[in-house]
Write a protein that binds this ligand. Structure first.
Ligand code: PEP
Ligand code: CO
Length: 458
């Protein structure tokens, strides 16, 4: 255990914990694998494979999140609701990276703060479901739980949970990470060339002028600095990018939980920043037990039914030493409930003097069904939940430190509204999500612009 690490912020080793101690608790939302021996073999195989991320990257992200807690950075976390194995393509991965880079550029420029960029990718392959089974006609089958667990096709063979899918998810995650890292190292995120990030829409979007004006301003500023200093401004050709996913499938997460040389404790090396979903966040549940023992920065989704006392107990369990950067709370109340449900939580955590990063997920409390049978979200509700959150934080004397969004770089029509005012009828054109509706690239950028506008008014 390096002395300086512990000295910086003394953290105690979690007691009575091991990567498998979650097995003593009630585990919700986990599949039942028909062949336990095969599950064990897959876990052994995963334990032997190289990790997807490193402990020093994890520690660097924790430091950035600590700075976000102090208001020195803003977190942008976004990506698909669920990744699919078939979407692990050059185009889907690079377009998603482009839209996140464009959004972060808008945020850096408008908020005058460095942005912590975290993708919901390279592991977002397991999904919680409201029912264990799905019935069509007189046939009932296990629910689809994400490509890491079973297949979406409504057949008995596709729906049987197959542990080998975990190995495939690990490989797909590694390919995604590898491509993202190569793009970024190769200069894709170079501020001298923000045109590399342009998606096709820029020329015909109602937002194009705003975006291009901002890019031109940034280009001028970079050239000005370079003229002034007589040399190239370095570090503008590289950005940090981190990964996150809902660490739902505990046998997978357990197999990726490791000790590393010159660090104390255990790290989940399948992602930098795992989170606990709303449905599995019980204080005495298996997921909270697993999460309390790992050293990654962690997040929890907080829904409208959470009471202040429960939240404080959860904060205590997950961050007993009040370690900076360790804990983020992702609130997903819904535009109609946030004003009623959020303030009591903000006040309780503030009164207790606890250090957390408050993040707004304006997606999951705003899902509704249309008359033509689509699951959608209205752009105005998404924007409204973010704007209300800003006001509620201002009133409570706390700080909104980031947003958590479901988005894609593809030109889908899954959420209604936005600059092009998509209607319910437009959803038929390009609805591709297998789970929740995502903001398309244009709606995503518009959200980034709305955040900047809102902050400027405060
Ligand atoms: C999700 O993030 O896709 C999700 C299922 O969210 P929540 O746990 O907040 O419902
Ligand atoms: Co979702």
């Amino acid at each position: 255990m390096p002395a300086n690490d512990r000295a910086l912020h003394p953290v105690n080793l979690p007691e009575h914990w091991s990567p498998g101690s979650w097995r003593q608790r009630r585990a919700l939302q986990l599949p039942t694998y028909p062949d336990a021996d095969e599950l064990g073999r897959v876990q052994d195989e995963l334990r032997a494979l190289p990790p997807l991320v490193t402990s020093w990257e994890i520690q660097a992200l924790k430091q950035q999140l600590a700075e976000a807690q102090e208001g020195k950075r803003f977190l942008l976390q976004g990506g698909d609701c669920a990744e699919n194995f078939s979407d692990c393509t050059s185009e889907v991965v690079s377009n998603r990276l482009k839209v996140l880079l464009q959004m972060s550029l808008v945020l850096v420029h408008g908020l005058r703060l460095p942005v912590v960029r975290v993708g919901r990718f390279a592991g977002q392959y397991a999904k919680p479901r409201s029912a264990d089974t799905e019935t069509r006609g007189d046939i009932t089958l296990p629910s689809y739980r994400g490509d890491m667990v079973n297949g979406p096709e409504f057949t008995a063979s596709a729906r049987i949970p197959d542990p080998r899918r975990m190995v495939k998810a690990h490989a797909r995650s590694a390919m995604t990470m590898n491509f993202v890292r190569s793009l970024i190292d190769g200069g894709f995120a170079d501020l001298h060339h923000p045109e590399y990030w342009d998606l096709g829409w820029v020329t015909h979007s109602p937002l194009a002028d705003d975006y291009h004006r901002m890019v031109a301003n940034i280009g001028d500023a970079v050239r000005f600095m370079e003229t002034l200093s007589g040399s190239e401004v370095h570090n503008l050709n590289r950005v940090d990018f981190y990964t996150s996913h809902e660490a739902l499938l505990l046998p997978y997460e357990e197999a990726q939980t490791r000790q590393v040389p010159r660090q104390w404790g255990w790290f989940n090396l399948s992602t930098h920043f795992p989170w606990i979903g709303m449905r599995t966040a019980a204080l005495d549940g298996a997921h909270a037990e697993y999460f309390r023992g790992i050293r990654n920065p962690v997040a929890v989704k907080i829904g409208p039914s959470v009471e202040p006392d429960d939240l404080l107990r959860l904060v205590d369990l997950l961050n007993p030493d009040d370690e900076p950067g360790r804990l983020s709370l992702i609130c997903r109340m819904g535009a109609a409930h946030v004003a009623d449900r959020l303030p009591r939580l903000l006040e309780a955590v503030k009164r207790d003097g606890r250090r957390v990063l408050w993040i707004c997920d304006p997606m999951h409390g705003n899902t509704e069904a249309t008359s033509n049978g689509y699951k959608t979200r209205r752009f105005d509700n998404i924007r409204s939940e973010i704007e209300q959150s800003y006001d509620l934080h201002a009133a409570a004397g706390t700080r909104l430190g980031g947003v958590h969004l479901e988005l894609t770089g593809e030109d889908v029509t899954e959420c209604t509204g936005g600059a092009r005012d998509l209607g319910e009828i437009d959803l038929e054109r390009a609805y591709r999500s297998s789970v929740d509706p995502r903001l398309n690239y244009e709606q995503s950028l518009e959200i980034a612009m709305a955040i900047v506008r809102k902050q400027a008014q405060l």
